[in-house]
Design a protein around this ligand. Structure first.
Ligand code: LMR
Length: 396
C-alpha cells in the first residue's frame, strides 16, 4: 500500500535542525528554529523550573491519566495569565481552557473545533506567517488565504492593506493573529493599530484566533497580554493559543493551552465539551510533567517572581543581541542600513536577505536561517555574533 507514497519535502523550519546536526563545521550557528540560547550557547534550564521540579521530587507522584482537558490548576493559571487574574472573563467563568501539546497543539485543537462548527469558513493568516499556520489549518480541512502584513519594499508593515483585507472578509472568517512578536517578521502592530484591528474583526464579524507563543518576549507579560484585553473589552468572542515552550524554556515538554472566550459560562461549558472531543480523538489526554511544573511556578508567588525575572533576562539579552547585530554588521562592512533589526521584537528578525543569500550562508558558512530570510536572534551570543556578521557581510 505504500509503494506510491511520495517523499515529502523537509519541514522548512524543523528540517533545518536535521541539516544543522549533520554539519561538521565547528563554526556552525543555528539561527533556524525559534529557540532561545544563553550567552554560552546553551539551552537554559530556568531556575524556577529546576526549583519547582526539586519540590515535586520531594514527594514523587504516580502518573495516572489526566482529565482530557488537563490539570485544572494549570488551566486556571493559563486563564489568569492570558486574561488577567480577576478579570471579568475569568470571574464570570466564560473562558473554556484546555491544556494542549504546546502552542501547535492549541492551534490544532482549535482548528478541529472550528472546522466542526463552521466547515465552510475560510482561514486568513498573515502574509507572511509562521510556516506551520498554513499547513496546520489546511490539514484541518480549511481553505487558507492571507491578509497583507509585511511589505518587503518598504521593510515595514502594510497596515492599511491588512485592515482593508479584514474589513472585506466574509462574516465567520477565522483570522489568525500573532498577539506579539510576529513570527517570522519580528514586526508588531502598535496599540492604536490593534484597536483598529479589533474594530474590523467586530464589524466584519470575524473569528479571531490569537497565537500567543511569545508572551513576555516583546515588552513584558502583562504588556504583551494587553492585546487580549482589547479583544475582550470590545465584547468579542475568540480563541487564544498559549505556548510555554519559549517563556519557560520547556520546548520538549509540549506545554500549551487553548482558551476560548465565550459569551457566558453556559456557552463556555458547551465549547469545552467540544474541545474535549477534539483532544480525545487526537491524543486522548495530555502528558503530566510539563504542565505540573508550569502550574507549580505560576501558583507560587516566589517561583512566579523568579520566572518573571528570568523571562526578563531573556528578553533583555535578545534586545542586546539586536543592538550588537546592527553595530557589528556595520563594522563588518555592510553598507545597507540594518537599523530595522532593533525595531523588531521577539526571537526573530526578518533580515531582508534573499533565498539565494540564505542558501549561501548555510552552504558556505554553516550559518542556518530559513529560506525566507528569517534569523533567530535569540540564538546569537557574544561568541558567535562576529562570525555571523562577517558571514552575512560576505553574502551581501
Ligand atoms: C519557530 O517558528 O521556529 C518555532 O515556532 C518553532 C517551530 O515549531 O517552528
Amino acid at each position: 500500500p505504500f509503494s506510491a507514497v511520495e517523499l515529502a519535502p523537509r519541514d522548512p523550519i524543523l528540517g533545518l535542525n536535521e541539516q544543522f546536526n549533520a554539519d561538521s563545521n565547528p563554526k556552525k550557528v543555528n539561527l533556524g528554529v525559534g529557540v532561545y540560547y544563553d550567552d554560552a550557547g546553551k539551552l537554559p534550564l530556568l531556575q524556577c523550573v529546576a526549583q519547582a521540579e526539586q519540590q515535586m521530587m520531594q514527594s514523587p507522584k504516580a502518573r495516572g491519566y489526566l482529565p482530557i482537558d488537563g490539570i485544572a490548576a494549570y488551566d486556571k493559571a493559563v486563564q489568569a495569565l492570558v486574561f488577567g487574574a480577576g478579570s471579568e472573563p475569568v470571574r464570570s467563568g466564560r473562558v473554556a481552557t484546555a491544556q494542549t501539546l504546546g502552542g501547535t497543539g492549541a492551534l490544532k485543537v482549535g482548528a478541529d473545533f472550528l472546522r466542526k462548527i463552521n466547515p465552510a469558513a475560510k482561514v486568513l493568516i498573515s502574509d507572511p506567517s509562521w510556516e506551520n499556520h498554513r499547513a496546520l489549518f489546511s490539514q484541518a480541512g480549511f481553505t487558507v488565504e492571507t491578509y497583507p502584513y509585511y511589505d518587503a519594499t518598504t521593510r515595514g508593515l502594510n497596515f492599511e492593506g491588512m485592515l482593508s483585507a479584514l474589513r472585506k472578509a466574509e462574516p465567520g472568517t477565522i483570522v489568525v493573529l500573532h498577539a506579539c512578536c510576529h513570527n517570522p517578521t519580528g514586526y508588531d502592530i502598535t496599540a492604536p493599530q490593534w484597536d483598529q484591528v479589533v474594530a474590523a474583526c467586530q464589524s466584519a464579524q470575524l473569528v479571531p484566533f490569537l497565537d500567543m507563543a511569545y508572551q513576555g518576549f516583546a515588552q513584558g507579560i502583562e504588556e504583551d497580554g494587553a492585546v487580549i484585553g482589547k479583544f475582550a473589552a470590545a465584547g468579542l468572542t475568540f480563541l487564544v493559543a498559549t505556548s510555554f515552550s519559549k517563556s519557560f524554556s520547556l520546548y520538549g515538554e509540549r506545554v500549551g493551552g487553548l482558551s476560548v472566550l465565550c459569551q457566558d459560562k453556559a456557552e463556555a461549558d458547551r465549547v469545552l465539551s467540544q474541545l474535549k472531543i477534539a483532544i480525545r480523538t487526537n491524543y486522548s489526554n495530555p502528558p503530566t510533567h510539563g504542565a505540573a511544573v508550569v502550574a507549580a511556578v505560576l501558583t507560587n508567588p516566589e517561583l512566579r517572581a523568579l520566572w518573571e525575572r528570568e523571562l526578563g533576562e531573556m528578553r533583555l539579552r535578545i534586545k542586546q543581541m539586536r543592538l550588537a547585530l546592527v553595530e557589528k554588521l556595520k563594522a563588518a562592512g555592510v553598507k545597507r542600513d540594518m537599523g530595522f533589526i532593533t525595531e523588531q521584537v521577539g526571537m526573530f528578525s526578518y533580515s531582508g536577505l534573499t533565498k539565494d543569500q540564505m542558501v549561501r550562508l548555510r552552504e558556505e558558512f554553516s550559518v542556518y536561517g530559513t529560506d525566507t530570510g528569517r534569523m533567530c536572534v535569540a540564538a546569537l551570543n557574544s561568541h558567535n555574533i562576529d562570525y555571523v556578521c562577517e558571514s552575512i557581510a560576505q553574502v551581501l
